[in-house]
Write a protein that binds this ligand. Structure first.
Ligand code: SAM
Ligand code: SF4
Length: 473
């Protein structure tokens, strides 16, 4: 995946393959668990649920897979290269298993769901295959493997939201956290494997979401990101009867914003067909709801959007952008783009470039189309754009985004912006880093008068290609 300016932590390339370690594991004994995660933030959040379930079952985490009793890899299927990466990693785990034959190796997440028991045939070193809705069953499944069996649970659920599981925070900075508000997706974009690997869409009880946000705030966290494949279709009802309470995404956003004005609220991902003016007005009403929207366009051409089954067209998308600009003039907008989708012509590709010109996105995740087995596109259309053409179109999209990202970053220079300090900058202990409202990373000198978790006003003096640099005023 190619991304520019690392807009947010929703899909953070630097976290791919990260091993997750529990603070509470230090100085504890128990069977050792190693969990490594790939893909979107939802997977990283799920690994926290897995760690929570297994820590209740007596496990401790380790950052070193060679010494682990149980090795889990939480996988992504979104593009072919994501799966290739996992297969290569399994080979490395296999080499450790030769030295430590009782090591249990489990595959979790989207690839487990997509391949099911076929995984056991294809990768002999794998003992356990568990889909994203079956994590409660893990202690039991591990027990089956201990008895000498292989184990698979890839049942998808219409209800599971893990609402009652208090996710342990793994590798956390103690300041920013993610909260899953829904699972699955009902959209069936023709290129996408997610509806098959994560099942039907279901929304989590809003009171459990608010409680989690409150608990995080009480523990010192100052920013939460509400996560879902399509947050704008969040819909919860307390019961079936007509008088039952119902909560939509705008209302949930408001409830979380009301936890404290000191708690920043972000969310991802928005779908252009579902985002409402009510959400935009709620964002405008609360200073602590960050002015940043990730609104994947995928293509700027209406015919391609139709074959992608995105259920909006170019004009509809532009209207949404106009509404954001009207209601939230300061709002940053980012997107996802796919180049070289089935049947895309050169003229249609030009319309993606012109959409980029129209929006001038702050950030973008850009991909060339990767056919996924079993998706509607794989069944109905030929993957007929040559690889070289897909790549060339991708390079054009990236080059344009680089200009726009740079342009957007320059707009911050000279302004005083509120920044939540997240910690030391990656490059130097003499600098702090944190994000502004629009999700740009800001770097500024450390001073004893403020510390991580606090808000400071920073005068933005200059920018590099991805970061703003300034001083506290
Ligand atoms: N639910 C979100 C949405 O609708 O925008 C994002 C889901 S997906 C994890 C993230 C992005 O991966 C998509 O927005 C799309 O741009 C990209 N993607 C999904 N399937 C793809 C495929 N088969 N080939 C290339 N990119 C793909
Ligand atoms: Fe995939 Fe479309 Fe659902 Fe996003 S909205 S997860 S792209 S099917």
């Amino acid at each position: 995946m190619l991304d520019l300016n690392i807009p947010s932590k929703e899909h953070d390339e630097s976290r791919q393959g990260e091993a997750l370690v529990l603070e509470s594991s230090k100085n504890h004994t128990g069977r050792k668990l190693y969990v490594e995660s790939y893909g979107c933030q939802m997977n990283f959040s799920d690994s926290e649920i897995v760690a929570s379930i297994l820590s209740d079952a007596g496990f401790v985490t380790t950052p070193d897979y060679t010494e682990a009793d149980v090795v889990f890899i939480n996988t992504c299927s979104i593009r072919e290269n994501a799966e290739v990466r996992v297969r290569n990693r399994l080979k490395q785990f296999g080499a450790s298993k030769v030295k430590k034959p009782d090591m249990l190796i489990g595959v979790l997440g989207c690839m487990a769901e997509r391949l099911k028991s076929k995984f056991l045939e294809e990768e002999k070193i794998v003992d356990l295959v568990v889909g994203p809705d079956a994590y409660r069953d893990l202690p039991n499944l591990i027990g089956k493997v201990d008895e000498g069996n292989k184990a698979v649970n890839v049942l998808l659920s219409r209800e599971e939201t893990y609402a009652d599981i208090n996710p342990v925070r793994l590798n956390s900075n103690g300041i920013t956290a993610f909260i899953s508000i829904m699972r699955g997706c009902d959209n069936m974009c023709s290129f996408c494997v997610v509806p098959f690997t994560r099942g039907r869409e279901r929304s989590r009880d809003p009171y459990s979401v608010v409680k989690e946000a409150q608990d995080l705030f009480d523990a010192g966290y100052r920013e939460v990101t509400l996560l879902g494949q399509n947050v704008d279709s969040y819909k919860w009802k307390s019961g079936e009867e007509e008088s039952a309470e119902s909560v939509n995404f705008a209302q949930l956003l408001e409830k979380v914003a009301l936890v404290s004005p000191e708690l920043r609220v972000r969310f991802s991902t928005s779908h252009p067909k579902d985002i409402t003016d009510e959400v935009l007005y709620t964002m405008a009403k609360y200073e602590n709801i960050c002015k940043y929207i990730h609104l994947p366009v995928q293509s700027g051409n209406s015919r391609i959007l139709e074959v992608m089954n995105r259920t909006y067209d170019r004009a509809w998308y532009m209207e949404k952008i106009n509404a954001i600009r009207r209601i939230l003039p300061e709002c940053a907008i980012s997107t996802d783009i796919i180049t070289g989708f089935c049947t895309e012509t050169e003229e249609e590709h030009q319309e993606t470039l012109s959409m980029q010109e129209f929006v001038k996105y702050d950030f973008a995740y850009m991909f060339s189309y990767s056919e996924r087995p079993g998706t509607p596109a794989a069944k109905k259309f030929e993957d007929d754009v040559p690889e070289a053409v897909k790549k060339r179109r991708l390079e054009e999209v990236i080059a344009l985004q680089q200009q726009h990202g740079y342009y957007r970053l320059q707009q911050h220079i000279g302004k005083v912006e509120k920044v939540l300090i997240e910690g030391f900058s990656k490059k130097s202990k003499e600098d702090y880093c944190g994000r502004n409202d629009q999700n740009c990373m800001v770097v500024f000198p450390v001073s004893e008068t403020y510390k991580p978790g606090e808000y400071v006003n920073v005068l933005i003096e200059r920018g590099t290609s991805a970061t703003l640099i300034g001083k506290v005023v």
